[in-house]
Design a protein around this ligand. Structure first.
Ligand SMILES: Cc1cc2nc3c(=O)[nH]c(=O)nc-3n(C[C@H](O)[C@H](O)[C@H](O)COP(=O)(O)O)c2cc1C
Ligand SMILES: CCCCC(=O)C(=O)O
Length: 377
């Protein structure tokens, strides 16, 4: 149970005790050497906070607006495949918890509950994450269903022409347990064990279905078949961020897919500012990867993010205590953000600024940039 949990990170160890090894490893692991997985966390610990004092913080408000939707906090739930590996109620339980926390959930294409079930689970704003298949009719149909089910935006994942090499899944010979469905994938692949070539079941399904030819022109194609705003998820530098804006993206998610795709890419928080500067306020920039603390959320906002997403904490919370676990995880992050804001001397999310953080470069070398007054003495 999650009653005694005091910080988000604790859910992982508890989930490990509860979950079958194959499922836990699939959730927890990253690509290859897991360098980026470690860095996603470490990079946050290298950023320091610069609190301001004697500000009246008797009233602190964590609410914000994302794509025009008012939500209770700038903390949202990233798309993750197969929530039923964590809990029998799967994405339906997650959706209820996210709804209760008054924030936004992105449902994965590779969910274990159907999007209609999730839409019916609870009120609330939800986005649909899209993997584009070679067979565009399938993708077009998924988009139509998402629209009909009331999803408010599409999140196009652009870092996955094929799955990264997750060696834990190879060792475990990852296979979907027979009682868990993956409705948007398994209907379109043949169950032929011989074709797996030693890869995990999901990697082999991705090989069969995902369209590796996906390119900028396809963002235009997607825009031509839907009126929903499109967020591009998986951008890792300023150049691609500029192209994304030019292609008509309504938002950008700086993401390395929780370090599950290409190892040795930078931790997301270290490149957020580059992307924010390139975009120049034309569209909101979001970030995910390694966010486990209210201070992490604060740092991301100070570096220009309009909001953050959490991946593993949601599925680990779900594994530990179902809907209540996800709710507790989100409450803890919100409470930590509120306390951080209070101790930092800011009363609302829009008051969080670049002045409130310093990067390793800044505190090691002194900083003569305009947003900090200190120099090295
Ligand atoms: C188990 C798992 C499954 C995931 N499935 C998807 C997916 O289906 N689509 C997608 O775009 N991202 C997927 N992601 C990546 C997340 O959306 C997100 O980018 C990442 O988990 C953020 O890092 P964090 O786990 O450190 O918070 C998945 C991540 C995990 C851990
Ligand atoms: C083919 C399923 C992909 C799910 C995913 O994106 C992940 O495991 O990171």
């Amino acid at each position: 149970m999650s009653k005694d949990v005091v910080k988000v990170d604790e859910f992982e160890a508890l989930a490990k005790k509860k979950m079958p090894k194959m499922a836990f490893d699939y959730y927890a692991s990253g690509a290859e050497d897991e360098y980026t997985l470690q860095q996603n966390r470490d990079a946050f610990s290298r950023i320091r906070l610069r609190p301001r004092i004697l500000v009246d913080v008797s009233s602190v408000n964590t609410s914000t607006t994302v794509l025009g939707f008012r939500i209770a906090m700038p903390i949202m739930v990233a798309p993750a495949a197969l929530h039923k590996l964590a809990h029998p109620e799967g994405e339906v339980a997650t959706a209820r918890a996210v709804s209760a926390a008054d924030t936004i959930m992105i449902l994965s294409t590779t969910s274990s509950c159907s999007m209609e079930e999730v839409a019916a689970a609870a009120p609330g704003v939800r986005f649909f994450q899209l993997y584009v298949y070679k067979d565009r009719q399938i993708s077009q149909h998924l988009v139509r269903r998402a629209e009909d089910a009331g999803f408010s935006a599409l999140v196009l994942t652009v870092d996955t022409p094929r799955l990264g090499r997750r060696e834990a899944d190879l060792k475990n010979n990852f296979t979907l347990p027979p009682h868990i469905a993956n409705p948007n994938m398994e209907a379109f692949v043949k169950h032929d064990k011989k074709e797996r070539n030693g890869s995990s079941m999901l990697a082999s399904w991705a090989d069969k279905l995902f369209d590796r030819s996906l390119s900028w022109k396809d963002v235009k194609w997607l825009k031509s078949i839907t009126k929903l705003p499109i967020i591009l998820k998986g951008i890792l530098n300023g150049e691609d961020a500029i192209l994304a804006v030019q292609a008509g993206a309504a938002g950008i998610m700086v993401s390395n897919h929780g370090a599950r795709q290409l190892d040795y890419v930078p931790p997301t928080i270290s490149i957020l500012e580059e992307v924010v500067k390139a975009v120049g306020g034309q569209v909101p920039v979001f970030v995910d990867g390694g966010i486990r603390r209210g201070t992490d959320v604060f740092k991301a906002l100070a570096l220009g993010a309009s909001g953050v997403f959490v991946g593993r904490p949601s599925v680990f919370g779900l594994a530990v205590d179902g809907e209540a676990g996800v709710k507790k995880m989100l409450e803890m992050l919100r409470d930590e953000l509120e306390r951080t804001m209070t101790l930092m001397g800011v009363c609302s999310v829009d008051q969080i600024s670049r002045h409130h953080v310093e990067t390793e470069h800044e505190y090691n070398n002194g900083c003569n940039c305009s947003h900090h007054m200190h120099s090295k003495l």
